[in-house]
Design a binder for this molecule. Structure first.
Ligand code: EPU
Length: 443
């Protein structure tokens, strides 16, 4: 199987690129569509591997989902006849645990294997299991089979209070509570805007979900029925990738379909380092390297919305290898989100892990921080490095796009291996890069 790119870098990239639909909204709405009565039409679904794997998973439980044109997907709501996910299909996609919701709605029980997906630290689902238990759903994990067994004994009703927020966990609770007979309140819900898209999708079909800051209230309804097709908005993480690409290759790229409020923190950061971000008409933005200047170093820490997002820091790191001075990136959301660092060093990047003391690490970090355990949560990047070609291996999705950008910045030829990981989340990556003038092909 072809699973590598050959990239010849060192060119300024320019032109226009159109963003695809957001992976992290598409995946959730597709699963939520199983809660509906009747057909559901979703538009602007990106043709990426994660979506492909999800559709295979839906078919493996007897569900029906098919593309009716390039990015328009039709899903038959409520149409599946198993309450158990196959281990092999489910292990390919992390959001598989969201199937708890349609299974419990239809069968009052669910059997779900431990989730797969990107390896960003341990990524446990303890908060999610605790939340389900607080709604009186019985959940047991069997280590021998690697399955969670869930059973609903009474109506889903009550309060979920997350100690620390969880993005997909918040979405699961919404999906579990949306159809039924109870009322559920989520306290300390995650603030990510993708959740609001899911809420909007459900409310348009008759749901009653209200958000006031980090409190979400769900008044269960009898059923959901789609009235008109739902369009997935553009991907803010894909935007971050092409913004970094424009600036790191000292080029200028017009990005269309930008949802401004999703990436405000990023636009602010681009301006703060001296990059140009100009808003044009019709959701288009032009991002350029300053014609008579250079980019400046900056220190950033990742945060939940509306802060600088964790998914943006890997491509942003490439940008900082080209900026003047020393920059620091401090990752708060995931452990192990620096898999790209050793790879970038192969291209001549000067990056080192550093320790930053924080007052209350248990509170500051969003993963389950353990006293006494060694973490690598911050890096220092020495700027204005001339990168050269090399052989790179991708370990997770955002690191994948980052390594491809790095190879496009580097002088000479690079091979990037394991690109199927990148293609889990980026639609038409090669075609888009080629259109911007990048020299990239798959081997
Ligand atoms: N966490 C736990 N226990 C839980 C749930 C979460 O320890 O029960 C930890 C996680 O390991 C992480 C932190 O809490 O360290 C935050 O996790 P969260 O649940 O908020 O993130 P997620 O739902 O797993 C989603 C996106 C990520 C994105 C983050 C942050 C999807 C499918 N994934 O992850 O996207 O980075 O929110 O917004 O929506 C990606 O697209 O490549 C990606 C990783």
């Amino acid at each position: 199987m072809e699973d590598a790119y050959i990239i010849k870098g060192g060119k300024r990239l320019g032109g226009e690129v159109e963003l695809s639909g957001a992976k992290n909204i598409a995946l959730k709405t597709i699963i939520a569509a199983l809660l509906f009565d009747g057909p559901v039409i979703l538009e602007n679904i990106p043709r990426i591997r994660d979506v492909e794997e999800l559709l295979n998973l839906i078919k493996s439980i007897g569900g029906r989902a098919e593309f009716i044109n390039v990015n328009k997907l039709k899903i038959e709501g409520g149409c599946f006849d198993k309450n158990r996910l196959d281990f092999v299909f489910a292990s390919k996609i992390r959001v598989s645990f969201l199937f708890f919701a349609p299974f419990i709605l239809k069968f009052n029980s669910a059997e779900i294997p431990n989730p797969g997906g990107c390896r960003l630290g341990l990524r446990p689902i303890d908060r999610i299991v605790d939340a389900m238990k607080s709604l009186s759903i019985q959940v047991n994990y069997e280590t021998t089979s690697g399955y969670y067994y869930a059973k609903k004994n009474s109506k889903i009703d009550g309060l979920v209070k997350f100690n620390k927020p969880t993005h997909t966990g918040t979405e699961l609770i919404i999906m579990l509570a949306v159809v039924g007979e109870g009322q559920v309140i989520i306290e300390n819900a995650a603030m990510e805007p993708e959740i609001d898209d899911l809420i909007n999708f459900l409310n348009l079909a008759g749901a009653r979900i209200e958000r006031r800051g980090n409190l979400i209230q769900i008044y269960s309804v009898k059923s959901l029925k789609q009235k008109t097709s739902f369009k997935i908005v553009s991907d803010r993480n894909e935007a971050a990738t092409y913004i970094s690409l424009a600036l790191a290759t000292k080029g200028n790229i017009v990005i269309s379909n930008i949802e401004k409020h999703y990436i405000q923190a990023l636009i602010k950061s681009v301006k703060s380092i001296g990059g140009l971000a100009e808003e044009k008409k019709n959701k288009k933005w032009k991002f350029s390297y300053p014609p008579f200047g250079e980019l400046n170093a900056v220190n950033i820490e990742t945060s939940p919305y509306p802060g600088f997002m964790t998914d943006w820091q890997p491509p942003w790191a490439i940008l900082l290898t080209q900026a003047r001075g020393e920059s620091i990136i401090h990752e708060r959301i995931f452990e192990n989100r620096f898999s790209y660092v050793e790879e970038l060093k192969k291209l001549g990047a000067q990056i080192e892990f550093i320790t930053i003391k924080v007052n209350d690490p248990k509170k500051y970090y969003h993963f389950n921080y353990e006293e006494g355990k060694e973490y690598q949560q911050a890096i220092k990047i020495i700027g204005q490095q001339q990168l050269h070609g090399g052989v790179l291996t991708i370990a997770d999705l955002r690191a994948g796009a980052t390594l491809a950008i790095a190879a496009l910045v580097a002088e000479g030829e690079s091979v990037v291996n394991n690109v199927s990981i990148l293609e889990r989340g980026y639609e038409n990556f090669i075609e888009k890069i080629q259109k911007l003038g990048g020299n990239i092909k798959k081997i």
